[in-house]
Design a protein around this ligand. Structure first.
Ligand SMILES: Cc1cc2nc3c(=O)[nH]c(=O)nc-3n(C[C@H](O)[C@H](O)[C@H](O)COP(=O)(O)OP(=O)(O)OC[C@H]3O[C@@H](n4cnc5c(N)ncnc54)[C@H](O)[C@@H]3O)c2cc1C
Length: 566
């Protein structure tokens, strides 16, 4: 079984030649001293750490898994040592601010690190995956006292963090959260209630765990507006243990290296983060960071599945491929069969486009943080609209495209030996957590597009128009028309946007990956011939096998709108 190998040269090509990130970022005062060489060096070191330390633990993570006994959770062999090495080497601190103990590097490097980590070992990566969001949440919404208590610990990763939202009856609908927060005379709060499905709620990776918890004050109104956000550590400053108990961990389909905990809060002493009743606002900072990370999980896992399938297809020999002369050495490799090539090249096209979009999103996050007012506005537009699209399509593709990669192995993919079935089991959950993919589609269409009548989407589409082919421009024009159709028809049938939300999100995604590939092809201009050959087959697959879906989605949306407007 081969384990995942980070291919940082391909990743750096996207960063530098396709997106021009080094020059763009260096133009920001915050990153003046960060040039292409430094970025490449950091990426190379990250790739080495992921390949040497994290990837080899993936199989044990699955087979041994996290173990619960009497409220304590023991992580799989090697996980704690790897985490200690990870934070002590400064990896979680990459993009945190220098004044908080971070390295002040661009967010895009952190994004690339997490893509590799997820590809190498999804279960292990769940633990640090929430760190940066927790850090940003306290940084934006915490009082000076909370910042003093938590920022450095979270920035460096010395302490890990959780996001405690879900309850047995409250999943997608967080407005139903029942955990209570009772004010105490000293200004703190006592939390009581039970949260379920809490990733990393208990473990032995770090010496302390910071819980961010959505709960309801006694006089709070029902629904989401009654939620406030609280923070508490597993161990308080005086060394005493908080009243948070891990009642059990779930038996799951995959992701065995990540403990999914039932956490009981038994009057646990906590501090409020931000204002009462504004808990969801504060939590959204964390959830948005987490959504980009989940999109990166999808891209990384699909890349890992593709790597395995590609290597296997270059060794496995079956019938002679059509059109190949008898006796040529590779004529009977399954990689030569059109059906297998279609799978491999299509998945490669998704991964490569995914990188362009995810790295661009991370660069926009840096623009939001450090750019001028105009850069901030367009960065916010890009992130608000593109993040839910990426979360949904790349997690969908990791599972479905990953399953196609498993198909390349035939029966050998279904047995454990090659490790590809683990990827499929692990990847499945990414379509569910951080807001299910149905909720992402609704977020895009109902919460973000309809309220402004599609104006922000129109501006985003304008920004994609430059330097694209006529065919791509045609798809962008169709998407504009579809947007206007939905906006016009929605007032006549309140359910319409919900019926077509998934089709609309897929149509947007296809326009974005089409745009991403045009940027890749522009970046190849002047590249060495062998480099060009690497990208040709996925570029062809994009046109042959992926983009035709756009017309189908457009047809469904049009038909649904017509049924409403006549
Ligand atoms: C391994 C794992 C790790 C997790 N980690 C965390 C964590 O760290 N912290 C945390 O708080 N939670 C975590 N979760 C919980 C996760 O975020 C929820 O499972 C998810 O939000 C969905 O909630 P639910 O399971 O209650 O499903 P439900 O909300 O009951 O949804 C069931 C189905 O109905 C659909 N649906 C629901 N509402 C709508 C709607 N309005 N429109 C259209 N469709 C709808 C959903 O898309 C889904 O298909 C984790 C879950 C798992 C499995």
């Amino acid at each position: 079984m081969n384990s995942y190998l980070p291919r940082t040269d391909d990743m750096f090509f996207v960063l530098s030649r396709v997106l021009g990130a080094p020059a763009q970022l260096q133009a920001l005062p915050a990153f003046e001293e960060i040039d292409a060489d430094l970025m490449q060096q950091v990426l190379g070191e990250a790739g080495k750490f992921v390949g040497d330390v994290i990837a080899p633990l993936n199989r044990d993570g699955d087979e041994v898994g996290a173990q619960w006994k009497d409220g304590a959770v023991t992580m799989p062999p090697g996980f704690r040592d790897a985490y200690q090495a990870f934070w002590q080497a400064g990896w979680p601190a990459l993009s945190a601010a220098a004044e908080d103990g971070g390295q002040g590097l661009p967010t895009v490097l952190e994004a690339m690190l997490y893509e590799m980590l997820s590809a190498a070992n999804h279960g292990w990566t769940m633990a640090p995956g929430l760190l940066h969001g927790a850090y940003e949440c306290i940084r934006h919404h915490g009082s000076p006292a909370l910042k003093a208590a938590y920022l450095e610990k979270l920035a460096t990763g010395e302490w890990l963090a959780t996001m405690c939202l879900t309850e047995a009856h409250a999943g997608s609908d967080l407005g139903m959260v029942r955990t209570r927060a009772t004010p105490r005379p000293d200004g703190s709060y006592a939390l009581s209630g039970t949260k379920i499905f809490i990733s990393g709620g208990e473990h032995d990776l770090s010496d302390n765990i910071v819980h961010l918890v959505l709960a309801r004050l006694p006089d709070a109104p029902a629904g989401p507006k009654g939620l406030s956000l609280f923070v508490l550590p597993k161990f308080q400053a005086d060394g005493s243990r908080s009243a948070v108990f891990c009642e059990r961990i779930e038996e799951k389909m995959g992701l065995h290296g990540s403990p999914t905990c039932v956490l009981r809060f038994d009057g646990a002493v906590a501090s409020i983060v931000g204002e009462p009743g504004k808990g969801l606002n504060a939590m959204f900072v964390m959830m948005n960071a987490a959504r980009l990370h989940v999109a990166l999980q999808g891209i990384g896992l699909l890349d890992a599945a593709w790597q395995k399938a590609d290597a296997y297809a270059r060794e496995r020999r079956q019938m002679r491929a059509p059109g190949r002369a008898r006796g040529t050495s590779d004529a009977d490799l399954i990689a030569e069969h059109p059906a297998i090539r279609r799978i491999l090249d299509s998945q490669r096209a998704w991964v490569d486009a995914g990188r362009v979009l995810a790295y661009r999103t991370a660069i926009e996050l840096d623009q939001i943080r450090h750019g001028d007012a105009q850069a901030q506005r367009s960065g916010q537009r890009w992130c608000a609209l593109v993040t839910p699209i990426m979360k949904a399509v790349f997690t969908h593709q990791a599972f479905h495209g990953g399953s196609d990669c498993l198909q390349v192995f035939g029966g050998h993919g279904y047995v454990r030996e090659w490790g590809i079935e683990q990827i499929i089991r692990d990847a499945r959950v990414a379509m569910i957590y951080e807001g299910t993919n149905e909720i992402q589609a609704i977020d895009l269409l109902v919460r973000k597009l309809l309220p402004d009548g599609g104006q922000d989407m129109a501006l985003l589409l304008d920004s994609l128009q430059a330097d694209v082919s006529d065919e791509t421009r045609g798809r962008i024009t169709t998407l504009r028309a579809l947007t206007a159709r939905i906006v016009a028809a929605a007032p006549r049938d309140a359910a319409l946007p919900y019926r077509v939300a998934d089709d609309y999100l897929r149509a947007c995604a296809l326009v974005l990956i089409d745009w991403a590939w045009q940027r890749i092809e522009a970046g190849l201009d002047g590249a060495a011939a062998d480099r060009e050959a690497r990208w040709q087959a996925p570029a062809r697959a994009l046109r042959q096998w992926l983009l035709p879906e756009f017309a189908m989605r457009a047809g469904i949306i049009e038909q649904q709108c017509q049924a409403v407007t006549g």
